[in-house]
Write a protein that binds this ligand. Structure first.
Ligand SMILES: Nc1ncnc2c1ncn2[C@@H]1O[C@H](COP(=O)(O)OP(=O)(O)OP(=O)(O)O)[C@@H](O)[C@H]1O
Ligand SMILES: [Mg+2]
Length: 263
């Protein structure tokens, strides 16, 4: 089975009672990947990672990607987020052909459209939580006082109001990842890409951070793609795809739809 079939798409319903009513708008996919291939040239020859991989993700979906270590999950997220280039195929992300971006345009695209969260938080150790969250705003030219005020709001949003002045080394693992989430979303991107965001946390903390990801996804009407090894957490997403043999396939027992955002 492929990762996407028209029957599985979130179709808007049409009414036959009121032919004059305008048909509800069906939004196009926010991510559309066709025929993706990635080849790494290594000392031992070429490594072909994907086999004409296809993926469509519609606005509001929260898609989990699972698969064995080395399957290419991180590479796929890097390509979606314009951090790595495909070898072949088309990759449209937020109406942008990411393969055609120059490195400067790719950086602008990431700053504007993508919130990225990794397994390790990558917060800057010498800055406070609030300063770390403010950095993406400063990078796009927001004045410092305004950036710090917005960062404070985001720390409130992830329940860390009382940890603003703490440096990353003075925060717990779950708190560090909540700061990383605030930093990822402070520029109000449309897309959240998360690579094992709970992978470095104990089970209870992972569940709490995942609850937060789910709440932020819904409250901010995000479209999210999450890589995880945790099948319990994956099953709470709108769709689960397994990366296997270079393609994305749907494991039959793992799809438990979330309500659409706003409901
Ligand atoms: N820059 C690179 N050069 C050569 N090979 C690479 C490069 N980056 C990744 N690879 C290889 O591509 C394969 C996929 O790597 P990737 O990190 O995407 O896997 P993954 O599915 O995220 O694995 P994990 O679950 O362990 O994080 C691996 O075999 C890796 O060694
Ligand atoms: Mg990985």
């Amino acid at each position: 089975m492929t990762d996407w079939t028209p029957a599985a798409a979130p179709q808007a319903s049409r009414t036959t009672r009121d032919p004059g009513a305008r048909a509800p708008k069906i939004e196009p996919p926010l991510i559309e990947v066709q025929g993706l291939r990635k080849t790494y040239r290594t000392a031992r020859g070429e490594l072909h990672l994907f086999a004409d991989l296809h993926l469509s993700v519609h606005p509001g979906e929260m898609v989990a990607i699972v698969g064995q270590s080395g399957a290419g999950k991180s590479t796929l997220l890097h390509i979606l987020g314009a951090l790595d280039a495909p070898s072949a195929g088309t990759v449209y992300c937020a109406s942008t052909n990411v393969a055609e971006l120059s490195s400067r345009k790719a950086a602008e695209f990431r700053n504007r459209e993508i919130g990225y969260v990794w397994q390790f938080h990558y917060l800057l150790p010498e800055f406070s939580a609030q300063e770390n969250v403010a950095l993406p705003l400063l990078a796009r030219g927001v004045r410092k006082a305004e950036a710090m005020a917005m960062a404070a709001n985001w720390l409130r949003e992830v329940d860390l109001d009382d940890r603003r002045t703490h440096r990353p080394g003075e925060l717990s693992g779950g708190e560090q990842q909540r700061v990383a989430l605030a930093r990822a979303l402070v520029n109000q991107p449309r897309l959240l890409l998360a690579d094992e965001p709970t992978g470095d946390l104990d089970e209870a903390t992972a569940a709490r951070v995942f609850d937060l990801v789910q709440r932020l996804h819904q409250d901010h009407r995000l479209t999210s793609v999450l890589v995880t090894h945790n099948l319990d957490l994956a099953s709470r997403c709108t769709r689960v795809l397994r990366l296997e043999g270079g393609r994305l396939v749907t494991p039959p027992a793992l799809s438990h739809p979330l309500p659409p955002p706003g409901n």
